[in-house]
Design a protein around this ligand. Structure first.
Ligand code: NAD
Length: 512
C-alpha cells in the first residue's frame, strides 16, 4: 500500500480550520488570544485563542443555574425539541465538525466523521428518551397509599473532556442533560478548543431556533486550572469528567468533598483473548482496528492480546504482516489509516514504554519507529508496535496512550481471564472464540471485570445504545445509552396517603 509522504502546509491547515469553524458559527477574531492551537498533522499552529479565567467560570455557571430554574419547568418532550434541532444542525455540519476533529485531534477522516455520527445518534436517542423518563410505581404496604418514584432535573452539569474524543463525549453528556432538564458548562481539552467552540456554536444556534434559554450552553476554553474552577463550583450539581486516571484522581475527591456528584470516564487498558477455536481472520481484523486505529489514542484501544499458545505464533505473524501494510501519514489524505500522535509528550511516552518493555523482557516484533520527521519536525507519526511479553509486567499494566499492543500467552481459559482482569483499569475487553461455553464464561460474573465485554469483536467502537464506561481505575461512570440518563436527574420517592387515616409503616403504633 502506498505510504503518504507529504503533509499539508500551515496555511492550508489554518485556512481549513477557519473555514470549518466559521461555517459552524464561530467568530475566530472574537475569541482570539495568546494561546496557540497546534495541529498534530504538521505540528504547527492553526489558531490562537484566549483562555478564560475563574471569573468567567463563575459567570458561566451562574448563568447556567438561572437557565436551569426555567428549563426544569419545561416538559421533557418539549426539551427534546431542542436536541432534535441540535441533531439536524449536526447533520448539516457533519463535514465541518469532522474537519476540526481531524485538524485538532489528528483523526483520519472516516473516524472523525464517525465521531460526529455518534453525536447525531445520541441526539436521536435523547429525543426518544425525552418521552421515556420513567419512574417506578411500587405497591405500598399500607392501605390507601400510593408509592412512586419521580425523576427531576438535577442542576448544572459541568463537562470536562479529553482531546481524543473532542466532540462526541460532550454530546453524550449534553443530549442527555438537556432532555433531563439540565444546562451544560463545558471545558473541552485545551488541545481541541476549536471543536468545543464549533459544537457549542451549533447548540447556541439550536437554542435560538427553538427559543430555549440562552444560558443552557457554555463553553470555557482553557487548561486544567479552568477545569479545577468548574470542579470546585458549588452550583455544579454533576461533574462529568473524561480523561486520564491521574485527572480523575484529582477531580473525584474534590467533587466528593463538596458532596457534588461526579461521573468519571478515565483510562483503560483493554485486552482481547484469542482462543484456540477463534476465527483468526476475524481476530486479526478486529485487533488491527482496535490496536492501531486512532493511532492507539482511544480509551478503548486494544493494549493487550492474550493469545492461546496453540495460535499465538500464527496470530502474531499475521498481525505483523497487517501492521507492515498500514498506511501511516496525513490523516486527511485519502487512504490513510494511522494518523499522528497528539504531541511530543505523547511520542516521548511511546518511546519510553517501548524501552521499558524491552527491559522487562519484551521483544518488539514490528513497528516502533518514527515516520515523516523530515516533513515536519513537530509532528509525531509512529509505526504502531507489536511487542511479545513473557509475562504481564508493570509496563503492560500501564496505559500508554499510543499504539503499542503487548502479546501474552495462555493455556487455560481461566488463566486468560485472570490476565484480562489483572490490571488496575476496567474499561473494555474482548474474546475471540467459537467455543460458546468460553464466550459465556467471559461474559459471566467469573469473567471479565470490565464495563464493556465483547465476543468476536474488538475492544473499541462502542454503539451509543449501551451504557458506556468502566470499573476500577476507569472510574465507574456510565454515559450514553441504556439508563445512563439517571445520573443527570435526581430521584424523589413519593408516598401519597388517600386513606383518611394514618397507619404507620412497619406496623408502628404511636397513638396519643
Ligand atoms: P487528560 O487527563 O490530560 O485531560 C483531560 C481533561 O482534563 C482536559 O480537558 C484537561 O484540561 C482536564 N484536566 C486535567 N487535569 C485536571 C484537573 N486537575 N482538574 C480539572 N481538569 C483537569 O487526558 P487527555 O490526554 O486529554 O486524554 C487521554 C486520556 O483520557 C486517556 O487516559 C484516555 O484513556 C482517557 N479517556 C477516557 C475515556 C473514557 O470514556 N473512559 C474517553 C476518552 C479518553
Amino acid at each position: 500500500m502506498p505510504q503518504p509522504q507529504h503533509l499539508p502546509t500551515r496555511t492550508e491547515l489554518t485556512d481549513r480550520a477557519r473555514a470549518a469553524a466559521t461555517a459552524c458559527g464561530v467568530d475566530l477574531d472574537a475569541v482570539a488570544g495568546a494561546h496557540e492551537v497546534v495541529s498534530p498533522i504538521n505540528g504547527e499552529p492553526i489558531a490562537s485563542l484566549a483562555h478564560v479565567d475563574a471569573d468567567a467560570v463563575d459567570a458561566a455557571v451562574t448563568s447556567a443555574h438561572e437557565a436551569y430554574l426555567q428549563w426544569r419547568t419545561v416538559p421533557a418532550p418539549v426539551r427534546g425539541a431542542l436536541v432534535k434541532r441540535l441533531g439536524e444542525l449536526l447533520v448539516a455540519h457533519k463535514s465541518d465538525l469532522a474537519a476540526l476533529v481531524s485538524l485538532e485531534a489528528g483523526k483520519i477522516t472516516s473516524e472523525a466523521a464517525g465521531e460526529v455520527q455518534e453525536m447525531i445518534d445520541i441526539c436521536e436517542f435523547a429525543v426518544g428518551l425525552s418521552r421515556q423518563l420513567y419512574g417506578r410505581t411500587m405497591t405500598s404496604e399500607r392501605p390507601g397509599h400510593r408509592l412512586a418514584e419521580t425523576w427531576h432535573p438535577l442542576g448544572v452539569v459541568g463537562v470536562i473532556s479529553a482531546f481524543n474524543f473532542p466532540v462526541a463525549v460532550w454530546s453524550w453528556n449534553t443530549a442527555l442533560a438537556l432532555v433531563c432538564g439540565d444546562p451544560v458548562v463545558w471545558k473541552p481539552s485545551e488541545k481541541t478548543p476549536l471543536c468545543g467552540l464549533a459544537s457549542a456554536a451549533l447548540l447556541r444556534r439550536a437554542i435560538a431556533d427553538v427559543g430555549a434559554p440562552e444560558g443552557l450552553a457554555h463553553v470555557l476554553v482553557g487548561g486544567p486550572e479552568v477545569g479545577e474552577a468548574l470542579v470546585d463550583h458549588p452550583r455544579v450539581a454533576l461533574l462529568s469528567a473524561t480523561g486520564s486516571t491521574r485527572m480523575g484522581r484529582a477531580v473525584g475527591p474534590r467533587v466528593a468533598d463538596r458532596f457534588g456528584r461526579s461521573l468519571l470516564e478515565l483510562g483503560g487498558n483493554n485486552a482481547a483473548i484469542v482462543a484456540e477455536s477463534a476465527d483468526l481472520d476475524l481476530a486479526v481484523r478486529g485487533i488491527v482496528f482496535s490496536a492501531a486505529g486512532t493511532a492507539g489514542q482511544r480509551c478503548t484501544t486494544l493494549r493487550r492480546v492474550i493469545a492461546h499458545s496453540g495460535v499465538a505464533d500464527e496470530l502474531t505473524a499475521r498481525l505483523a504482516q497487517a501492521y507492515e501494510r498500514l498506511p501511516i501519514g496525513d490523516p486527511i489524505a485519502d487512504g490513510t489509516l494511522v494518523g499522528p500522535l497528539v504531541d511530543a509528550a505523547s511520542f516521548a511516552r511511546f518511546e519510553a514504554a517501548l524501552d521499558t518493555a524491552r527491559e522487562q523482557g519484551g521483544e518488539v516484533v514490528v513497528g516502533g519507529g518514527r515516520r515523516l520527521a523530515d516533513a515536519a519536525s513537530g509532528a509525531y507519526y509512529v509505526e504502531p508496535a507489536i511487542v511479545t511479553m513473557p509475562a504481564q509486567s508493570d509496563i503492560v499494566r500501564t496505559e500508554t496512550f499510543a499504539p503499542i499492543v503487548y502479546v501474552l500467552r495462555y493455556d487455560d481459559i481461566r488463566e486468560a481471564i485472570a490476565l484480562n482482569n489483572d490490571v488496575p483499569q476496567g474499561l473494555s475487553s474482548a474474546i475471540f472464540t467459537n467455543d460458546q461455553a468460553e464466550a459465556e464464561l467471559f461474559c459471566s460474573a467469573e469473567g471479565s471485570d470490565c464495563g464493556i465485554v465483547n465476543v468476536n469483536i474488538g475492544t473499541s467502537g462502542a454503539e451509543i445504545g449501551g451504557a458506556f464506561g468502566g470499573e476500577k481505575e476507569t472510574g465507574g461512570g456510565r454515559e450514553s445509552g441504556s439508563d445512563a440518563w439517571k445520573a443527570y436527574m435526581r430521584r424523589a420517592t413519593n408516598t401519597v396517603n388517600y386513606s383518611g387515616s394514618l397507619p404507620l409503616a412497619q406496623g408502628v403504633d404511636f397513638s396519643v
